[in-house]
Design a protein around this ligand. Sequence first.
Ligand code: AAL
Length: 398
Amino acid sequence: MRLLTLSLIALLFFSCHSKTEEQENATPKNPEKAFPLFIKNLDPNRKLSAAMERSFKHYEAPRQLDNELYSNFRYTELDGFNYNDGDGTITRRDPSKIIFENGKYYVWYTYRNTPTRPMGYAKCNDTIPSADWDLCDIWYATSTDGFTWEEQGVAIPRPAKPNPGWRSVSTTDVLKWKDKYYLYYQAFSAPSGKPSNGGGSDVCPVAMSYADSPDGPWKPLNKVVIDFGAEDEWDHRVIHDPYPLIHDGKIYVYYKSGMDSRDANRKHWDGWGVAIAESPNGPYIKHPLNPVMNSGHETILFPYKEGVAAIVTTDGIEHYTIQYAKDWVNFEIASVGKMLPVAAGPFSPDAFTDSKNADGITWGLSHFINAGNNWNKMYTKLARFDCDLSQKINDPSM
Ligand code: AAL
């Protein structure tokens, strides 16, 4: 299994590299070389096909290769994490966004260390996990270069029953607000994956813990901060992947829900909503236009210029796209990508600066799932991704 994982990562790494070289050769070093004849002969009155019309108008770039929200992704294995030789008993997944504090990078993630692999809902008990994210705690690691990580141990343990999250705490993300730190996370009060019509029925709203330092100690609020929608609402059963950013002096927490339906490929039909608060404890008011995204299994976002950009990786009719919402709510497709990072947590320097000209991202952590032939036996590894989704850094090797 380990070999398989390594080869998968190596394959991705090298395929990215070869694509990268191709792209480098194809990338014009000066504008005149792009689509030379086409551009040169472009008479403003010339009629364009729909495809070319989109290229010029919708993607807001004179040429596709100028689109700053288009990138390849390169993946690298991380040093510093042990996975029990991939026997499925240890998992690390769903990394938070990465922050830089006290001279080092910090990341938080879902950590499972159980006597067995996940066995599915029917076979789970107090020690056997139903799913890869069942019976988990939130751990953290630090790094000075983003490649070699030092695991620091638990940040948020499962609280005592009946507090939200007593069964599992997972899929966290971090907020820095007025010199304090907040971790928002999925708080399971039952094993994940109870079979029901159409898919997941996780008893899983959002809880939060706070600390004066990224090293903790973390104090749990021990209450739900973003709850399910009403019975007839799209987010009535699941609030996953809370992802806080600061915009206009407020806290915008994007989240994923909508697992009642399936898309055309019978994958989850996920959507994202946003809930907005004036302070970290809430109250969080859900935006009236929710859901604001029609695809994407995990929330991955970063401030970009005056708006927010989103990486929509798996699931849904607009998966494998990078999208942009100038007003932080109405997303448009900016580019279609390939091998986008799964469940990524980017290093997003402007996540909390409330900048009106945010720079974007160039790297982060994502995860690779090792499920074999049976998703119940999965475990997951963290990996690094590099990309060029930044206004400033325009690295031609990417
Ligand atoms: C993910 C996330 C959430 C789900 C599961 C674990 O990657 O969308 O966290 O609950 O899968």
